[in-house]
Write a protein that binds this ligand. Structure first.
Ligand code: DGJ
Length: 703
C-alpha cells in the first residue's frame, strides 16, 4: 500500500500521506486529477525551518501530538492518573476500501490505539469517524477526541449560527483571526444555539460563489466547533463531542467512538455545500421522501393549547379535511394531570378527565375525515407533580443529591436507568399499540443541568438512550414517523437525522422571523425535513400581524403545515388555504427533491429563495419583501440555478393570494414571459414595489 491516499468524488479530493509515520492531510478541497507524483506532493507541504523554532521541519498529522511539535490542542486529550497525558501515535495500518480509508495507529508507551476513518461519499461529503481504545490495564480518561481538518491559509471568514428559543440559527460572520473561535453547546441537548454547521470561507464567498469548507457534528448532546488559526500561520477546523469531566473513562480494552463529523467542501458557494449535504441525506434509503410524500400537517398546539375538547378538535379536523390537510397532530395535554405545564409529564396514560373514553373517539373522527393521526410526547421529562415522580423521585438526572433548578416546572429523567427507560418505552408503546398513530411529535423542553447517572456525568448516555428509544419505537411500529422537537428547534442536528423523520424548526411561527430561521436551517437540513407551518394571522410568538399570503408563502419551503385555529379562519382564508394545500401537493415533489438556491442580493430588505429541479426543467422561487426597499425601485429579481442555455417561461403564481404592492402598476412580466436562463441569472426581472412583509411566488418552466 502506497503511503499516500487520494480519495476523490464529485469534484472534491482528500489527499492523506503517512510517509512521516502519521497520517497527515495534504489537501481537502477541489478535485485533483489522479496520476500526480505522490512524493512531490508530500514535498510541497514540508514546512520551512524558521529561526527560533524546531531544528527540523515537523510534520503534524491528524492527531496533532505535542510530541510531534504541535503547540495547540491535540486531537485526543486524556490521561491515566498522573501519566500518559502526552501521546505519540505511529501508524500501523492503512486500509483503503473504495472511497473510504481507515488508519489505525498505536502509542505503545501510552497503550492506546486510535483509529480514524475517512469516507468521501458519492456527493463529495467527507465523513470522519474516530475511535480510541485503551490497550492498557488501568483506566484511561478521555477528555476530548476532536476531528480536525486543515483549511487553506486564504480562508478569510468564519460563518456560524447562533440562537435562542424563538430565534434559532441566526448567521454570524466575521474575520478569522489568530486564536480559536469556539462554539460550544453545553445544554445536554443539541440546543437552540447549536451552530448546526460552521464554515470557513474564502474571501467574498457567498451563497452563489466561492469556496466554503464546513463541519457539522452529527450528535445531539454537548458539542464543540472550532476554527483555529495558529501563530505559525496554519488554519484548521475542528468538531467534537464536548465531554464532561470523567464522562468517558475507558476500562481496559474499552473504546470511545466519537460522533461522526460531517465535512463539506464546495467551490460553488455556500449553496454548493448545502447541495452536497442535501444530496447525501436524500440518498439514504430511509430518507422520508424516499418512502412517501410529506403530508400537509395540522398541529393543534396554537389552536387549543391545553384546552382539549372533543367537539372543538372534531371541528378542527373537519376544517382541516375541508382544506386538504392530510395529518392531524394532537399536541401537549392529553395525558395524566397535564391540564397545564406544571403537572403530568411522565404519566403517558390518557387522561380520564379530558378523555374519559380514551382517545379512540378522536382518532376515529380524524381518520373518518381522511386524516392520519399524530400525537405529542415528551418522554425524557417529568414534572414533580406526576405519579411517576411520586413513585420514583430517584429517576431524575441530578448530582450530589441536589434537585436541579426547575425549568418549565420539569426535570429530566435519567434514561440510562433501565427502570426509567422501560417506563417511558412501555407507556409510549402501549399508546401506539392501542391507537392507529402514524406519527409522534417528541418534545424536549428543558436543558440538562448536572446530568449525572449514579454520580457520573451522563449526557452521552442520555443521547444514546433517546436514539435507542426512537429506533426501538420505530421497530415496534413499522411506518411510524417521529418529529424531533425541542422547544422548537433545539434538537436539530446530523446525528438525530438518522433517528427522526422531521424537525420542528422553531416555535416562532411569525413569518417574518421564519424567513431567516428557515433559510439558514435549511443550509444543512433538506427542507422536506423541516416543519414549516402557517401560523395564526396575529403571531402568538411576536404579536405581529401578517397577511395570509406572506404566511402561506413562507410556510411552503419545508414540510408544510398549519398551526392555526382553523375554526376561526374566514371563508376567504379557507378558500385560500385550499388553494395553498393543493399547490403544495402539486409542487412538493419539486420542493423536496430540487436544489435549493438562495440568491445573493444587493439589498437586505428582500430575499430570493428557490428550488430548481435537478434536471433544471422547472423551478419555483419566492421573492420576499422583508422591510421597505432601500430604493424606490428595488433591485432586479435574479433567478439562479437554471440552465443558462435554455429558455424559461417565467410567471407569477398566486396560489395563496397576491402580494400587496405600493405601486401604481406592477412590472410587465407577471403574466408570463420567455427568457433565457442566463439572462434570468444575471440581468433578471424588474422587481415590484411591495409593502414590507409581503411575498410572491415565481414559477420558471423550461420551454
Ligand atoms: C414546545 C413545542 O415546541 C411546541 O410546539 C409545543 O409542542 C409545546 N412544547 C407543548 O408543550
Amino acid at each position: 500500500m502506497s503511503n499516500l491516499t487520494h480519495l476523490t468524488n464529485a469534484g472534491v479530493s482528500v489527499v492523506i500521506a503517512t510517509s512521516s509515520g502519521t497520517p497527515s492531510i495534504l489537501h481537502w478541497g477541489r478535485a485533483i486529477s489522479p496520476g500526480f507524483d505522490a512524493s512531490a506532493l508530500v514535498q510541497t507541504q514540508l514546512e520551512p525551518t524558521p529561526h527560533c523554532d524546531f531544528d527540523e521541519p515537523q510534520t503534524i498529522g491528524i492527531w496533532r501530538e505535542n510530541s510531534r511539535g504541535f503547540i495547540g490542542e491535540p486531537t485526543i486529550k486524556g490521561s491515566r492518573p498522573g501519566r500518559d497525558w502526552s501521546h505519540h501515535f505511529t501508524v500501523r495500518s492503512t486500509q483503503l476500501d473504495g472511497n473510504t480509508v481507515t488508519y489505525v495507529s498505536i502509542d505503545a508507551e501510552a497503550e492506546l490505539e486510535i483509529e480514524a476513518r475517512f469516507e468521501l461519499t458519492e456527493q463529495g461529503v467527507l465523513k470522519l469517524s474516530q475511535r480510541v481504545t485503551n490497550l492498557g490495564l488501568s483506566e484511561f480518561t478521555v477528555e476530548a477526541l476532536t476531528s480536525y481538518l486543515p483549511v487553506p491559509d486564504y480562508t478569510k471568514d468564519v460563518l456560524d449560527f447562533h440562537g435562542r428559543w424563538m430565534r434559532e440559527r441566526q448567521p454570524q460572520r466575521q474575520a478569522i483571526r489568530v486564536g480559536n473561535w469556539v462554539r460550544e453547546g453545553r445544554e445536554g441537548r443539541t440546543g437552540h444555539d447549536y451552530t448546526l454547521i460552521q464554515f470557513a470561507l474564502a474571501e467574498g464567498t457567498t451563497f452563489e460563489h466561492g469556496e466554503a469548507w464546513g463541519l457539522s457534528l452529527a450528535w445531539s448532546g454537548n458539542n464543540r466547533h472550532v476554527v483555529e488559526r495558529t501563530a505559525i500561520g496554519r488554519t484548521s477546523m475542528g468538531a467534537g463531542e464536548l465531554l464532561l469531566p470523567d464522562e468517558m473513562v475507558l476500562a481496559s480494552n474499552e473504546s470511545y467512538q466519537a460522533p461522526t463529523v460531517v465535512a463539506v467542501y464546495a467551490n460553488d458557494g455556500i449553496d454548493g455545500a448545502s447541495h452536497r449535504l442535501h444530496s447525501m441525506l436524500r440518498a439514504r434509503p430511509n430518507h422520508p421522501t424516499n418512502i412517501r410524500p410529506r403530508p400537509v400537517t395540522l398541529n393543534v398546539w396554537e389552536a387549543v393549547y391545553f384546552d382539549h375538547d372533543f367537539d372543538k378538535l372534531a371541528a378542527l379536523a373537519d376544517a382541516a379535511a375541508a382544506i386538504g390537510v392530510e395529518r392531524f397532530v394532537l399536541d401537549d395535554g392529553w395525558f395524566g394531570a397535564r391540564r397545564h405545564d406544571r403537572a403530568g409529564l411522565g404519566d403517558w396514560v390518557v387522561s380520564k378527565d379530558v378523555w374519559p373514553e380514551g382517545l379512540g373517539k378522536l382518532v376515529d373522527k380524524v381518520k373518518s375525515v381522511g386524516l392520519e393521526f399524530g400525537l405529542w410526547f415528551e418522554g425524557e421529562m417529568v414534572n414533580q407533580d406526576s405519579d411517576l415522580y411520586r413513585e420514583h423521585p430517584e429517576w431524575i438526572l441530578q448530582a450530589g443529591g441536589r434537585i436541579p433548578p426547575e425549568f418549565r416546572t420539569q426535570q429530566v429523567l435519567d434514561l440510562a436507568h433501565d427502570g426509567a427507560y422501560k417506563h417511558v418505552f412501555d407507556q409510549t408503546h402501549a399508546i401506539l399499540s392501542e391507537y392507529d398513530i402514524a406519527y409522534i411529535k417528541w418534545d424536549h423542553n428543558r436543558v440538562l443541568t448536572e446530568a449525572s447517572h449514579y454520580g457520573k456525568a451522563a449526557v452521552r448516555k442520555q443521547v444514546e438512550a433517546i436514539y435507542r428509544m426512537f429506533d426501538e419505537l420505530k421497530a415496534a411500529h413499522p411506518g411510524l414517523e417521529i418529529e424531533s422537537c425541542s422547544s422548537g428547534g433545539g434538537r436539530i442536528d446530523l446525528g438525530m437525522i438518522d433517528h427522526a423523520d422531521r424537525f420542528w424548526t422553531s416555535d416562532n411561527n411569525d413569518a417574518l422571523e421564519r424567513q431567516s430561521i428557515n433559510r439558514y436551517t435549511s443550509i444543512a437540513i433538506p427542507p422536506e425535513l423541516l416543519g414549516t407551518h402557517i401560523g395564526p394571522t396575529k403571531a402568538h410568538s411576536s404579536g405581529r400581524t401578517h397577511s395570509h399570503t406572506f404566511r402561506a408563502i413562507t410556510a411552503l419551503w419545508g414540510h408544510a403545515g398549519l398551526e392555526w385555529d382553523l375554526t376561526e379562519a374566514s371563508v376567504e382564508d379557507m378558500e385560500l388555504l385550499k388553494g395553498w394545500t393543493s399547490y403544495y401537493k402539486a409542487k412538493r415533489g419539486l420542493l423536496h427533491s430540487g436544489r435549493t438556491v438562495r440568491v445573493d442580493g444587493s439589498e437586505t430588505s428582500n430575499q430570493i429563495h428557490g428550488v430548481v429541479a435537478q434536471d433544471k426543467s422547472e423551478a419555483l422561487y419566492m421573492y420576499a419583501q422583508l422591510t421597505t426597499s432601500e430604493y424606490s425601485r428595488p433591485a432586479n429579481i435574479r433567478l439562479t440555478g437554471l440552465d443558462s442555455e435554455a429558455t424559461y417561461l417565467v410567471k407569477v403564481v398566486e396560489p395563496a393570494g397576491a402580494a400587496v404592492g405600493m405601486q401604481l402598476l406592477p412590472p410587465k412580466w407577471y403574466a408570463g414571459v420567455r427568457v433565457p436562463g442566463a439572462f434570468l441569472a444575471s440581468s433578471g426581472l424588474r422587481a415590484p414595489v411591495l409593502r414590507p412583509e409581503q411575498a410572491m411566488l415565481i414559477e420558471a418552466t423550461r420551454v
